[in-house]
Ligand binder design. Sequence first.
Ligand code: ADP
Ligand code: MG
Length: 262
Amino acid sequence: MGKAIAIFNQKGGVGKTTTNINLSACLAVQGKKVLVIDIDPQGNTTSGIGIKKRKLTDTLYDVLVNKDYDVHKAILQTKTANLDIIPASVDLAGAEIELVNIEGRERRLKKAIEQVRGEYDYIFIDCPPSLGLLTINSLTAVDSVLIPIQCEFYALEGVSQLMSTVELVKKNMNPDLQIEGVILSMFDGRTNLAIQVVQEVKKYFGKYVFSTVIPRNVRLAEAPSYGMPIVKYDPSSAGAKAYNKFALEFLDREKRRKKKNG
Ligand code: ADP
Ligand code: MG
């Protein structure tokens, strides 16, 4: 059974989509079978992974809104082997409103994921920067949340709200929801501020913080416009090396956790 993980932070521009695309691709290169679900109406993961949005017939919208829908119809292969995607389209923004009148509206994505869990090692969900029904669906559907935090002055702003959202979902919808970890992104080692932020985040989240830190790297920002994960666009870049290292640390944590739990 695959593990489902939501990449979640209600703040925009912290590196959710970049982490989703690149962690997924690095894991796929490592031989893991990975499904990425784009639940952000902006569809940045979809285009960043190389899918042309105009040509899509079935998207996550159909998965969430259509009754008795076969999820397989919305799954596309990407150019990276082992990496599949359920793409987003702009009508996903409307789904948020349409869902309000649908029975079991918070569990639509969970139900959909259960159809395909057995076919993947990991399922990653790229959450939108809001706390609406799409985000609630994501947090209800997953085993854990991975939280990207940007190394900037307001890094911890909003974090208590983020944690209370996780607690709220845990209490009402998904009692087994775990924190997968915290990944620090857009680190600029030349500034004292970035170093301070890393310390502060480690003080707040402790052992949850991955020791890999993703640097600010222009190649990471360029790659999406070529529709490629960084490991394909520029495998020797600092960004590619960092996401590869992160993927290995992620897998190592998984291994230890499994060992510990027998
Ligand atoms: P979110 O999904 O949280 O809104 P994104 O992943 O889209 O955040 O990142 C916001 C912007 O910053 C994007 O333009 C992205 O290309 C860029 N970006 C993300 N991570 C890095 C990084 N490590 N170095 C440089 N640019 C980055
Ligand atoms: Mg995004």
